[in-house]
Design a protein around this ligand. Structure first.
Ligand code: LER
Ligand code: MN
Length: 283
């Protein structure tokens, strides 16, 4: 397993260039970074390639669709823009030799609505994800659908619901993305949830219940580690933290107070904790 860090763990705004932090991540010991493709139209792929090469870093990519580019929309134009956005992200991920596009790919991040009013959205999302997955297959990319907590999405909140959605989309390159922060809120038993997800869990984010470094809150990381080993998970251990209040990223992830660390200290503490926890598994 390789320990990585999502570059949004360092930045203030979604449009900030997180690539400047690849060096800090590499010098801390991380072997991979997750690149947030929030604005794929203007992503500097050349710069990302250069930095990944210079610091010998692997990468995964992530994105979160919004209401204007929504693959689950009943509006054909908005849905089309959602599919286009996913395709652009897939294309970039492939150019960067990633094998995974994770995140909120299926319905807009932050949108809450009663499921009784969303049956059409589920259908459209299934169709859009199938279209994106067909394209992703030709690029060697697996789509990993991130399971979010109830306050950030109505769409899928537990591994069980993620698995139900996977049954509807035909394709072995659509899998689940498990984030420990969201799971701590939603799963009654995190170990059982991971075992249930099994081989369908393709990607993970490590984050404590305060959204800071693993080990600073109450998420049972020892139990999570044991469950991941039990399912044979051997991919990236991707730290994703949000700790900066009064920033765009902080506001959208509900960070209202300082936690006493700057982003560098946070990244270093997260690395030290995950490295110690997983030990030989990530050496
Ligand atoms: C948002 O809560 C989150 O966990 C991100 O990974 C979404 O892309
Ligand atoms: Mn996440």
């Amino acid at each position: 397993m390789k320990i990585g860090i999502h570059l949004s763990s360092y930045t203030r705004d979604w449009s900030d260039d997180g690539l400047g932090f690849v060096r800090h991540a590499a010098e801390t010991g991380y072997q991979a970074v997750e690149l947030p493709l929030m604005f794929p139209d203007c992503y500097d792929v050349g710069k990302a390639k250069r930095l990944l090469r210079e610091y010998h870093m692997d990468c995964t990519c992530g994105t979160g669709v919004n209401a204007a580019e929504d693959p689950s929309s009943a509006d054909r134009e908005i849905r089309g823009r959602g599919i286009e956005r996913l395709k652009k992200c897939i294309q970039i991920a492939s150019e960067l030799n990633a094998d995974c596009l994770g995140g909120v790919l299926y319905a807009p991040w932050g949108v809450r609505k009663p499921r009784a009013e969303a049956s059409e959205n589920y259908k459209w999302s299934e169709e859009s994800i199938c279209i994106a997955a067909d394209y992703a297959k030709t690029c060697g990319i697996t789509l990993s659908l991130e399971i979010l907590n109830r306050y950030e999405s109505y769409f899928m909140n537990t591994v069980e619901e993620g698995l139900q959605f996977l049954e509807k989309v035909d394709g072995n390159n659509v899998k689940l993305h498990f984030d420990t922060f969201h799971a701590y809120i939603e799963e009654c038993d995190i170990r059982k949830a991971i075992l249930k997800g099994g081989k369908q869990i393709f990607h993970i984010h490590l984050c404590d219940n305060n959204r800071g470094a693993p080990g600073t809150g109450r998420v049972p990381f020892q139990e999570i580690k044991e469950a991941l080993l039990e399912i044979g998970y051997c991919r990236y251990l991707m730290v994703e933290n949000f700790i900066l209040p009064n920033t765009e990223a902080g506001n959208e992830s509900c960070i209202w107070r300082e936690n006493g660390r700057d982003v560098y200290q946070n990244a270093e503490a997260a690395y030290a904790y995950v490295e110690k926890l997983f030990g030989a598994e990530c050496r």
